[in-house]
Design a binder for this molecule. Sequence first.
Ligand code: ASP
Ligand code: MG
Length: 407
Amino acid sequence: MARIVKKFGGTSVGDLDRIRNVATRVAKAVEEGHEVVVVVSAMSGVTNQLVDYCRTAAMMHDAREYDTVVAAGEQITSGLLAITLQDMGVPARSFLGWQIPMITNNVHGAARIEEIKTEKLEECLKGGRVAVVAGFQGIAEDNRITTLGRGGSDTTAVAIAAALEADQCDIYTDVDGIYTTDPRIVPKARKLDKITYEEMLEMASLGAKVLQTRSVALAMKYGVRTQVLSSFEDLPGTLVVGEEEIVEQEVVSGIAYAKSEAKVTVVGLSDSPGKVSNLFAPLADANVNVDMIVQSASDNGKATDVTFTIPEDDLLRAIKALEESQETLGYKDLISTDNVVKVSVVGVGMKSHAGVARKMFDTLAEKGINIQVISTSEIKTSVLIDAEYTELAVRALHTAYGLDAAE
Ligand code: ASP
Ligand code: MG
């Protein structure tokens, strides 16, 4: 007998037939003798609709009331799944965030979990019932309903699995696992049997949006064995686990890309101590997150160029902030573009293998793709290239690192 947390996303509970399909899966696990906690999202599209209602009612609205509204989607699916399970003869009850209680801070719309009281859930499981938990929601100290940010029910599921010391957390979704890269770009992408937390964290933050990044960080922190699998077919998915569980580690596990990047070059910044620090101060003040940075060597010792990348959505804000401080910064010119993409090769095997970055540069050179900016971490090498070459670069790298599926 195992204790399992199963989370079902919006498409998996998209209508009553699908909710019955979910209930059948849950019933099977119960029959096998497992203790089951189910975490559900809202039906697909519902949260968007609720967010829209708030914005239409008033563009600027009280974030506490926003949470009251958007938490409603999960209330509906948790109740409906409990009803369906009961109808199938499986004892079950629903839990809203406040009923657990799942205590969060009071950052409405993006709250963080502070504590999960486990007594009521334990009692439910001990009584032989399935606990159906509304994902995405919690309660703050002042008794107001909170939500964890979009995609937050993944985080609910992992947090509950950690708190209840569950043996596994299964995340059911509309894809059947984690792939070596985006299968829409590379038809030869392969489904991975296992991936490490660290790699998944990189892939998730680079835009492979299967799991909310926060849920992966949480799974890593508490060592929750997490599986991503399809709710529509009966196949094993991808296990997200610690490095020690992966026996034959590939050097590179995946290729990720992020399209929503922008590049800014500050031309002719005087080359003296403190200038770069001055440059990034107005950006930090404007809440702009800087990612990759390069500073070119100055040829006359007087002026230098600094190039960096930021999220595309922050570009206008960044330019405004830099223009406002042009006089104090004393640079000549500002050049920017959002026509760039960041392509990354990710793999924990890089820690112990040389030549990974070189292969990346060679492969891109062979295809005539110019590298604009480079950044590296222990398990990732990223390059910024012209957006036009996204597909070409991802495909060529996928082949170069031996990731293509066999014909
Ligand atoms: N229903 C919420 C959303 O759409 C939470 C989730 O699905 O994870 O963002
Ligand atoms: Mg999701």
